[in-house]
Design a protein around this ligand. Structure first.
Ligand SMILES: Cc1ncc(COP(=O)(O)O)c(C=O)c1O
Length: 376
């Protein structure tokens, strides 16, 4: 029986051709050509003035926090349900993560859950477009503006999503993307920081190149900083993928449609939300089992695994992880974040690879339907 992967890219002859061209010609004086083309095209796609290609989204978050001069004594609000990469860079810069609850429907932060975590020490808010779903940005940005706190958009999982007709990547002081191999648009490993702020852009360019200001040809480092650059081969792959972005996002939405047709009307299971005014690019199709089914993420993962199907748990609340066991903020979050703790143990990411076939989705849904039939 063919094993069904949980994620995976869609690579065509175009990507192979661009990457081969970069591997052949993208060196020395021409090393920057593909990264510059990818940055320009990406900025235009998301509707921002500047884009900086980076080795990962984690490095993009690190640079964004550094450029905002977040540091020791500061607090940064993040959603409790996200990948640890959203929060880890807060500690890289010596600040403290504050884990806010998520909304039960969107699985994202909201003005309500952020308001419960604001303090005199709050220096930034990182909102996450979880699994391609969008928070209510107008409300969130209004609250943040009211408090004078910058928002960063972690759009790692959301290329192609929209809120109020604006693309993911266009919200807040800067937005950060991942092009990891599991993502809708991939460069193998990679990331992008986009912003409209010329000062933030200039600061990021210096920080990501060992403290060399843009245009430095004399190798004079003005400060000790980081080395976060994307290679020509990765950028070539990314440019080819970006030229196919409508096709990639349409395929993600088609895959979600297959699941929705099979599972959407069944009692006991809820899939990703797409509230009015938003467009979900459905990076990972995600199922939440109703409490009365008694089904847990672990049981469902084991049943799928036995049938040759890979899946992933919904993000554990960060505040529940051993990594944060000794953080006082995690203890506060464990007591406060009812939605995160209710949702996470009964939710699962289903296979969502771009190469998934209709009959494979049928196989996955067959297992889920028999579990639901026996449940409760
Ligand atoms: C929400 C979120 N933020 C950040 C990241 C980090 O991305 P990268 O692996 O490119 O550093 C990921 C990666 O999966 C993610 O899902």
């Amino acid at each position: 029986m063919e094993r069904i992967p949980v994620a995976g890219p869609w690579i065509t002859e175009r990507e192979v051709r661009y990457a081969a061209d970069a591997a052949t010609h993208g060196w020395y004086a021409r090393a920057g050509e593909y990264p510059a083309r990818f940055e320009r095209a990406f900025a235009q796609y998301v509707g921002r003035r500047h884009a900086v290609a980076l080795p990962s989204c984690t490095s993009a978050i690190h640079l964004a926090l550094s450029a905002l001069r977040v540091g020791p004594g500061d607090e940064v609000i993040v959603p409790d349900c996200t990948w640890i990469a959203t929060a880890a860079p807060i500690q890289y810069v010596g600040a403290t993560p504050v884990f806010a609850d998520v909304e039960p429907e969107t699985w994202c932060l909201s003005d309500r859950t952020v308001a419960a975590c604001l303090s005199a020490r709050t220096r930034a808010i990182i909102a996450v477009d979880l699994y391609g779903g969008m928070p209510d940005y107008p409300a969130l940005l209004a609250l943040a503006a009211d408090r004078g706190v910058p928002v960063l958009e972690d759009a790692a999982e959301a290329v192609g999503s929209e809120c109020g007709g604006q693309r993911a990547g266009s919200f807040g002081a800067a937005s950060l993307f991942s092009f990891h191999g599991s993502k809708t648009l991939t460069t193998g490993e990679g990331g992008m920081l986009v912003t409209d702020d010329p000062a933030l852009h200039a600061r990021v360019l210096t920080l990501r190149d060992h403290g060399r200001p843009p245009g430095d040809k004399l190798f004079v480092n003005t400060e000790v900083a980081y080395k976060y650059k994307m290679s020509a081969v990765q950028a070539a792959l990314g440019l080819a993928q970006l030229e196919r972005i409508e096709e990639l996002v349409a395929r993600k939405r088609e895959i979600f449609g297959w699941y929705s047709t099979e599972l959407g009307a069944l009692p006991g299971i809820t899939l990703n939300a797409e509230p009015p005014q938003t467009r979900n690019s459905y990076w990972m199709v995600t199922a939440v089992f109703a409490p009365d089914t008694g089904l847990t993420c672990r049981e469902v993962m084991a049943a799928l695994d036995a049938q040759g199907i890979d899946s992933r748990p919904f993000f554990h609340p960060l505040s529940s992880l051993p990594a944060y066991a000794s953080e006082p903020q995690a203890a506060l979050a464990r007591a406060r974040n009812k939605a995160a703790y209710d949702l996470s143990p009964r939710a699962i990411n289903l296979p969502s690879a771009l190469c998934l076939r209709r009959e494979q989705v049928g196989r996955v849904c067959g297992v889920l339907k028999s579990l639901l039939a026996c449940a409760g």
